[in-house]
Design a protein around this ligand. Structure first.
Ligand SMILES: Cc1cc2nc3c(=O)[nH]c(=O)nc-3n(C[C@H](O)[C@H](O)[C@H](O)COP(=O)(O)OP(=O)(O)OC[C@H]3O[C@@H](n4cnc5c(N)ncnc54)[C@H](O)[C@@H]3O)c2cc1C
Length: 318
């Protein structure tokens, strides 16, 4: 038993971005000789093949389903049959509302290893180890799977950087067994995202940390962010205190600044859990009174100084 099977996701005719992130996660687990197959299930799976022709995929498996959209019975049956045929040692699915509908059920029925909300997947001394949050993301939990022939990992979105290089994987058709689904799709309801922002899409982020000292200082940094055209983000203590919504928290238990090109960190120490959400950004500017702060180890430009003085100077310019 070997190889990695990635289950891509589509919704309403569009490939979900997490599908490509799963391909990136697969690369970190690949051993010599392992093949990575990516399966796409849809009423017309061929329309997604072009978007999946990326580095890291050796094979694209198309599975034609009778269902127009995700359907737990259809997907559970088809994916179960594919796994039974291929016997991969790792199956990567998105940690999403779709996989909630089939992945745990499959793993439980077959006695496979299973972990959800995984943000690090690696092999340590040859053994698969998945890291996920625990106790409301207050601790990181490492999970291993001794004796499991197949392990299903539900991977958190916006953590892995999707591959960009095109490739020419072979295309295979898998005929899934017919199944009488118990689910009936009615319609889609768009949920309003409220007035908050999508940190994962922001290209310029100005983040405030505990260095701001008190909640009363938040508005002045909100104004600064607006003036310079940045999205205001924060470290976890700011969100935990309720000074900014949780949706603005960057880091391991918050959002990953996936699209960010310029990240200005003000009064942020640079704890490893914060860096997890932003260290990949190409241009990081850090302002901190402590010259030894870890944030300077990832910053391209650093100012050892007081954030309030720097904020005032910037306000004069913008
Ligand atoms: C499982 C787990 C998950 C976590 N997830 C996240 C996460 O997603 N995101 C996250 O951010 N944290 C996360 N944390 C918390 C993380 O460990 C740190 O506690 C947190 O990032 C620290 O936030 P901070 O940098 O704002 O505060 P601090 O570490 O207190 O740093 C404040 C900084 O401000 C500087 N400063 C103070 N006054 C000024 C001033 N006037 N001018 C300039 N600089 C000043 C100080 O020198 C200091 O470096 C997580 C922790 C755990 C255990």
């Amino acid at each position: 038993m070997s190889g990695i099977l990635v289950i891509a996701e589509q919704r309403r005719g569009e490939l979900r971005p997490v599908s490509l992130e799963l391909l990136a996660a697969a690369q970190g687990l690949r051993r010599a000789g392992d093949e990575v197959a990516v399966a796409i299930l849809a009423e017309s799976p061929d329309i997604f093949v072009g978007s999946l022709r990326l580095a890291g995929a050796d094979e694209i498996v198309t599975i034609k389903t009778g269902a127009r959209e995700f359907d737990p019975d259809t997907f559970e049956s088809a994916i179960g049959a594919l796994i039974a045929q291929r016997s991969p040692d790792v199956v990567l699915v998105a940690h999403s509302v779709d996989s909630f509908g089939y992945a745990a059920a499959l793993a439980a029925r077959h006695g496979w290893g299973f972990a959800t909300d995984v943000f690090i997947a690696q092999r340590i001394d040859g053994e698969l180890v998945a890291t996920r949050g625990g106790y409301g993301q207050k601790v990181s939990v490492e999970v291993d799977f001794p004796g499991r022939s197949t392990v299903v990992l539900a991977i958190r979105g916006n953590v892995f950087k999707p591959p960009e290089q095109p490739a020419e994987p072979r295309i295979t058709v898998f005929d899934a067994p017919a199944v009488q689904s118990r689910a009936v799709g009615r319609n889609f309801i768009e949920l309003s995202a409220g007035d908050d922002v999508d940190m994962t899409a922001a290209e310029f982020i100005l983040t405030i940390g505990r260095g701001i000292g008190e909640e009363a200082k938040v508005p002045q940094f909100r104004e600064l962010a607006d003036a310079v055209g940045a999205t205001l983000g924060c470290s976890r203590p700011i969100a935990d205190a309720g000074w900014l919504p949780k949706s603005r928290q960057v880091g391991q238990s918050g959002k990953t600044a996936s699209a960010c090109k310029l990240y200005v960190a003000m009064g942020v120490s640079g704890a490893i859990q914060h860096l997890a959400g932003m260290k990949h950004v190409s241009t990081i500017v850090a302002v901190n009174t402590d010259a030894e702060a870890s944030i300077f180890s990832v910053a391209k430009y650093g100012i050892v100084g007081d954030i309030f003085e720097i904020a005032e100077e910037l306000r004069r310019l913008f």
